[in-house]
Design a protein. Structure first.
Length: 212
């Protein structure tokens, strides 16, 4: 006749198996890597660096929108949001911040370096819809614009074509509305760059260089 201890051991094994059968599977961390091609545009202009920066500050309303995040923190409705952006971004884009990287480069040898200014700019109305259609685009919002001083005079303006960093990656379903919106953003962004780099002479227009 089976002993009580044997019954208990058998029951214990059954209980353990039952727990294992119903225990949830612990989620595992996954890692995905993808590659994509972005388009870098460089405008090389004889216009002085200071002039390019001054024009850019006007285009992005640096004086009026330097505290845009403070303004946005007080917005609670869509109509307020739209009114604020339309007021602050009358030229299409507004200013978030800028980084004078050349200052860091002077520290090692204490010698002045050609100026190097990275601007963070954008249009939150565009961004709102873009991020709704493609949440992953948030990683590249707001946009960046780099202005480099050339030692021999003039400046270079570097930027990635917005659609090449904000579009849904290849292999995923495309979105016609997003594609059209980004095409419009591409045109507006490059038009701003053309305006800040434009020259007055017929033979010294800025040169756009496309890099991959």
């Amino acid at each position: 006749m089976p002993s009580i201890a044997l019954f208990q051991q058998h029951a214990s094994r059954n209980q353990t198996q039952a727990i294992a059968d119903v225990a949830p599977v612990k989620p595992q961390v996954s890692r995905a890597a993808s590659t994509f091609t972005t388009e870098l545009i460089v405008y090389d202009t004889p216009v002085p660096f200071d002039t390019v920066i001054a024009r850019l500050n006007v285009k992005v309303n640096k004086r009026g929108s330097s505290d845009i995040m403070g303004y946005l923190s007080k917005v609670t409705r869509q109509d307020q949001f739209v009114a604020l952006i339309n007021e602050e971004a009358k030229n299409g884009f507004l200013y978030f911040t800028n980084y004078p990287h050349h200052r860091l480069m002077t520290f090692p040898d204490e010698k002045p370096k050609p100026r190097n200014e990275l601007y963070v700019i954008g249009n939150p109305l565009f961004a709102q819809r873009i991020m709704t259609l493609n949440p992953a685009a948030s990683q590249s919002v707001p946009l960046r614009l780099l202005v480099l001083e050339k030692p021999e005079g003039g400046a270079e303006v570097h930027f990635h074509v917005p659609s090449t960093i904000l579009e849904i990656p290849r292999g995923l379903p495309r979105n016609a509305e997003l594609t059209a919106l980004l095409a419009r953003l591409d045109v507006l962004f490059e038009q701003m760059v053309q305006d800040i780099t434009a020259t007055g002479g017929p033979n010294d227009t800025p040169v756009a260089v496309v890099q991959q």
